[in-house]
Design a protein around this ligand. Sequence first.
Ligand SMILES: Cc1cc2nc3c(=O)[nH]c(=O)nc-3n(C[C@H](O)[C@H](O)[C@H](O)COP(=O)(O)OP(=O)(O)OC[C@H]3O[C@@H](n4cnc5c(N)ncnc54)[C@H](O)[C@@H]3O)c2cc1C
Length: 458
Amino acid sequence: MSFSIPAEFSSRLKTLFGERCSDNASVREQHGHGESHHAVAPPDWVVFVESEADVVALVKLCDEFGVPMIPFGAGTSVEGQLQALHGGVSVGCSRMNRILAVEVNDLACVVEPGVTREQLNHHLRDTGLFFPVDPGANATIGGMVATSASGTTTIRYGGMKHNVMALRAVLANGDVVTTGSGARKSSAGFNLTELFTGSEGTLGIITQARLKLYGIPEAVVAARAQFPDVERAVRSVIDLIQSGVALARIELLDHNALRAVNRYCKTTYPESPTLFLEFHGTPAAVLEQAEMARMLCEEHEAAGWTQTDDETEKKRMWHARHNAYYAALAEVPGGKGWVTDVCVPVSRLADCIGETQADLRLEGLQIPIVGHVGDGNFHLLFSLKEGDGDALAQAQRINQRLIQRAHAVGGTCTGEHGIGVGKKAHLVVEKGAATVAVMRTIKQALDPKNLFNPGKIV
Ligand SMILES: Cc1cc2nc3c(=O)[nH]c(=O)nc-3n(C[C@H](O)[C@H](O)[C@H](O)COP(=O)(O)OP(=O)(O)OC[C@H]3O[C@@H](n4cnc5c(N)ncnc54)[C@H](O)[C@@H]3O)c2cc1C
């Protein structure tokens, strides 16, 4: 049910924001979806905020008229987080893109929410520091905080939950709260930084984030090896972790993913299950760690171990991995992405992927599988033709069984993409009604009129 926007609201919005607000159909359409199959639900207005004061003014106006607000970063989320299910205002944060401080001695920075991951690392390049969380897409920091994003380097550096030190956020009544501190640790009260990290725009609008930074490693070696089957690849990962090999990235692509990547990226990687690895450290340490990894992988019948410290070659390899999603989409002309996201204890990963592959075979499908396997997280990359109800129902059935499989071994329905609208029912199964009731109580306390991204998570 869409909220009907009062004429007085629109008039006051135009007075406040002038050309920075738009009800143009294509702008609204662009802000009514992310990167997924979920149906577009455009907001009534799009407002491009440029400062925290703008956000406060907008929130107070929306609160006065009871108008929903959906914060918008780069629009790369995949669980229907951006759909304006009840109409309202999309709060475009892309112009709040200032890097406010880089504190080299404290390995930290303070940024506005519209700063993108690539922009931040470009800015940091002369400091010898970098921000490591890499979800593949060039997402904004605000969106990455709000979805609790992680990615290929999480095994070494952690995801957003581990790398956000403090936040500023505007609440439903226009109050600005500060969470966390400049210190690396604190026991002062409830952990509101973690509460906002993963809140998907449902609790407030993030206006500032203090992030941890890391020294750019002196040496980086990338490697890859192919395996006779996924099980042996994953068993290698478990051995590598248990042996304490210092991995900075370890990613799995199965044979279907490699085939799609080869077609899309014009590469010639052998089309069998492959681990892509990276090691960070001193020149001697990375070579030692890579050698240990090679020996362990070869104990599991890995073949074709290839390692390189050449920049171009490393870029080519990770470009292929980061394009796996678009490669999978391209397998079905005009296909839309439908991505699963379970995460399980690493010791159960081989069984979980093996059973999922058997399920796909029974359904007669060849769906690419990619995984941040060091974290126990993997994705099936479905590409569905718009309007193909049978294919959608089949993907939903497979995902339902996949999530049941993950839950049965103590895992989760989402390792990194969030709940949005796509996984609301699974959240209740996973956490139980009592836990979801606590989440709802928090939501009601902070946003009593349910104006922040209504219809998402709980
Ligand atoms: C090819 C591809 C690969 C991907 N790989 C990964 C991956 O490996 N790991 C991973 O974690 N994700 C991955 N994703 C998903 C996506 O990149 C993340 O969800 C990303 O963190 C979203 O950031 P964004 O700036 O695009 O936010 P948006 O999509 O614009 O918004 C996402 C959510 O954040 C909220 N939000 C945005 N800004 C704010 C703010 N200032 N305050 C409060 N809430 C806000 C929105 O309301 C929404 O609920 C991938 C996506 C694609 C397309």
